[in-house]
Design a protein around this ligand. Structure first.
Ligand SMILES: Cc1ncc(C[n+]2csc(CCOP(=O)(O)OP(=O)(O)O)c2C)c(N)n1
Length: 405
């Protein structure tokens, strides 16, 4: 599965900084025009993509791997809860399979400092991976998704209204479409303020056919906004293949219309995603305008919930109660699972000499424990009450009258 070009060439880097020499080899190969895609497919862009990952420290690479695992084990644990724990009330649009996209993009962003300093991301109806990658606290998110009063948003936002402006996570959005328009408005405000922040809007392939997609890119291009649109093309919107609503194989081709860079990346390969995202972020921060990134990826579970899944097993095999027949071939699902983002990230880090197999297992065990502890803590938390639903809806107390004219 992993076609790592330097595996045999550079095994003697022990006396150098761990991981650095192998990465540098890949950088040189990239500059020479060689194929450096570690996942087997090649990034394509109508502009240059830097091989920025070679400059990441081992700590940063480990943090990315840990994030991918945290998203994965949150998903798996939640799916198991849904299937086995009658007391569990959370719901989710699962992100398993797509972890490298959120992780690679957010690793290229500034993720602290609140709304006036952090880079901002606008998420979708499938937000849990974006939230964790942006730095949202795991326990607070798990509690929110189970309607607990101690959740990130008091327990009445749940999955599709989760938000944490402190880390620049501007929120999930249950509506397919308007997100990028709000996000470009935000990018306009940032430009007007003279801040160097960058705004990323995540959207599914289903957003291509909405007017908001085109309006956002048009305005972002016209005004050279610090805006990045990341399309996560997981082939289906809900149960329909994207070819039903998009005439092109690559949605990134739409960038040509707006005279901005359009990039196709392997969304299973966190390094490819990071390289493309960092290129786009640098461009946006330098005032050079927007980029459209299309990450080819796949979701393992069903559109919503986890029908057909078996506790303890990854994947949404079998019966889909909402469709007359399954909306996708099982062979297709299994083929994508052969290119799993967790495996690809681990193999890259092992190939670069950053970790060995034992260390990889140690990290995964620690993440599983962290996730288990979060769910156990949440189970003890108070539920939100009906009255909580009206909190933060109306202004409380008195507001000073404003003078006009
Ligand atoms: C305005 C609007 N119309 C319809 C829906 C119902 N809906 C929920 S998810 C979805 C498909 C989204 O597809 P895509 O953007 O490709 O994301 P994916 O689910 O594949 O991650 C639809 C139509 C909605 N949430 N909002």
């Amino acid at each position: 599965m992993l076609d790592n070009p330097d595996r045999e060439i550079n095994d003697k880097g022990a006396d150098r900084q761990p991981g650095t020499s192998r990465r540098n080899f890949l950088k040189i190969a990239a500059l020479a025009g060689a194929t450096v895609s570690l996942g087997g497919s090649i990034a394509r862009a109508n502009g240059e993509i830097g091989f920025w990952a070679s400059e990441l420290s081992d700590e940063q690479l480990l943090a990315m791997y840990t994030t991918i695992l945290r998203i994965r084990w949150h998903e798996r644990t939640m799916a198991d809860k849904m299937l086995t724990d009658p007391g569990y009330r959370g719901y989710n649009h699962f992100y398993a399979g797509q972890e490298a996209v959120a992780t690679g993009v957010c690793a290229a962003l500034r993720n602290s400092g609140g709304v006036m300093q952090a880079d901002l991301i606008y998420s979708t109806h499938r937000p849990s991976g974006h939230a964790l990658a942006k730095g949202v606290d795991l326990k607070a998110m798990v509690a929110e998704m189970d309607f607990r009063a101690t959740g990130l948003n008091g327990g009445y936002g749940a999955e599709m209204h989760i938000a944490d402006p402190e880390v620049g996570f501007m929120g999930a959005d249950g509506m397919i479409g308007p997100g990028p328009v709000i996000a470009t408005g935000s990018a306009f405000a940032i430009k007007a303020r003279g801040s160097d922040q960058v705004v990323v809007n995540f959207g599914g392939d289903g957003t291509y056919a909405t007017p908001h997609f085109h309006s956002a890119l048009n305005n972002a291009a016209l005004l050279r906004l610090p805006f990045i649109y990341v399309i996560e093309n997981n082939l289906y919107h809900q149960y329909a293949h994207y070819s039903f609503s998009c005439p092109m194989k690559d949605i990134a081709d739409a960038a040509r219309t707006y005279r901005i860079p359009g990039v196709v990346v392997d969304g299973q390969d966190v390094i490819q995603v990071y390289n493309a995202a960092k290129t786009a972020v640098d461009r946006a921060r330098a005032g050079e305008g927007p980029t459209l990134i299309e990450a080819k990826t796949y979701r393992y579970y069903n559109h919503w919930g986890a029908p057909g899944a078996r506790p303890g097993e990854l994947g949404a095999f079998g019966y889909d109660p909402l469709a007359i027949s399954s909306f996708r071939p099982e062979r297709e699902l299994r083929a994508w699972m052969q290119r799993d983002p967790v495996d690809i990230a681990r193999n890259i880090l092992v190939g670069w000499g950053v970790i060995d197999a034992a260390k990889a297992e140690e990290i995964e065990t620690a993440v599983r424990q962290e996730v288990d502890e979060a769910f156990a803590w949440v189970a003890e938390q108070p539920l939100c009450t009906p009255e909580d639903g009206l909190r933060h809806v109306f202004a409380e107390g008195t507001v000073e009258a404003r003078q006009f004219g």
